[in-house]
Design a protein around this ligand. Structure first.
Ligand code: ATP
Ligand code: ZN
Length: 285
């Protein structure tokens, strides 16, 4: 029987979150230490554990059908694959960083310098777009030490907190790509595999939507209901249930994480009491 072949980073920054997301989608991955391939539980899928750099090529070549990979890697490898979903974890940025001792102000000041990077494709495209003539020196690891050992004048590397740059006396000069984990897919999936992928995508979207929303329960005097409901979008509209205490109701709704604190404050001033906020596991629409 055909299974959906899912490539996941074997061990690294994306491994844990990718397996966690699969688990939240009801797809269990048994602990098979050091196995290249393992059958998933509860879903017609096979998990392939690979180095992240190899995932785009395996997906292009049809060895895997889909892969969880950093957008930075998906773009850099420039293979025939498609980004089908952004996943919201593994957030980082690809930035040009310079030694603190060499302050440069404008992008144009990069003209003529030598930049060490593991991302020559993305960097050269950016340099071309910005009409900068700089030399690219490709290295595969420990890019951040290149300026100190005299290998390059600057680096172009992934940054999240900036602590690696800081401890190497570099500063972030310009971000050239913002990245997060994405799901990539090959172009020629069989009908059965396409169906499995659609099923998985539906689950991923339900899980992700739930993460960005909270379930809210609150009590309010009936005369405040209209005012309170005006602040609560809900999925369709809030649920209102009368309380045993006369003249009072309980209101249930869903609010997004982005305007969460704003809404809560407004609810309180509108007369809401005993506000409970609960996490949502899945939202099926
Ligand atoms: P592999 O052994 O699979 O080749 P790796 O060392 O190349 O692993 P990791 O360091 O595990 O890769 O990073 C995997 C991905 O995690 C990156 O491509 C990027 O998308 C994401 N990421 C998030 N934050 C950071 C960060 N601060 N530094 C590097 N990568 C990050
Ligand atoms: Zn890698």
């Amino acid at each position: 029987m055909e299974k959906l072949r899912i490539a996941v980073q074997k061990s690294g920054r994306l491994s844990e979150d990718s397996l966690k997301l699969l688990k939240e989608c009801g797809i269990g991955v048994p602990n098979g230490n050091n196995q290249l391939k393992i059958n998933a539980e509860n879903f017609d899928a096979e998990i392939l554990f690979l180095r992240d750099d190899d995932i785009p090529e395996y997906v292009q070549d049809g060895v895997a059908d889909i892969g969880f990979v950093g957008e930075n890697v998906a773009i850099e490898k420039n293979k025939v694959t498609e980004i089908i979903e952004r996943l919201g974890y593994g957030k980082c940025r690809l930035s040009i960083a310079l030694p603190k001792s060499k302050k440069r102000k404008k992008i144009k000041d990069l003209d003529g310098i030598k930049i060490a990077t593991s991302y020559p494709f993305i960097l050269s495209k950016w340099l071309k777009q910005n009409k900068i003539k700089a030399e690219i020196h490709e290295i595969s690891g420990s890019v951040e030490i290149a300026p100190r050992i005299g290998l390059a004048d600057a680096i172009c590397d992934l940054v999240s907190s900036g602590s690696t740059l800081f401890s190497n006396e570099l500063y972030e000069f310009e971000t050239i790509l913002k990245s997060e984990a994405v799901l990539i897919s090959g172009k020629n999936l069989s009908k059965k595999r396409k169906e499995l992928l659609d099923k998985l995508l539906f689950r991923i979207r339900s899980v992700r939507k739930a993460k960005y929303n909270k379930y809210v329960l609150l009590n309010a005097p009936n005369e405040s209901i209209d005012k309170i409901c005006a602040y609560l979008p809900g999925i369709n509209s809030p649920t209102i249930v009368p309380l045993a205490q006369k003249g009072w109701s309980s209101i249930h709704s869903v609010i997004g994480e982005n305007d969460f604190w704003n809404v809560i404050e407004k609810l309180k001033t509108a007369g809401a009491q005993g506000i409970l906020i609960l996490p949502i596991e899945k939202i099926i629409e």
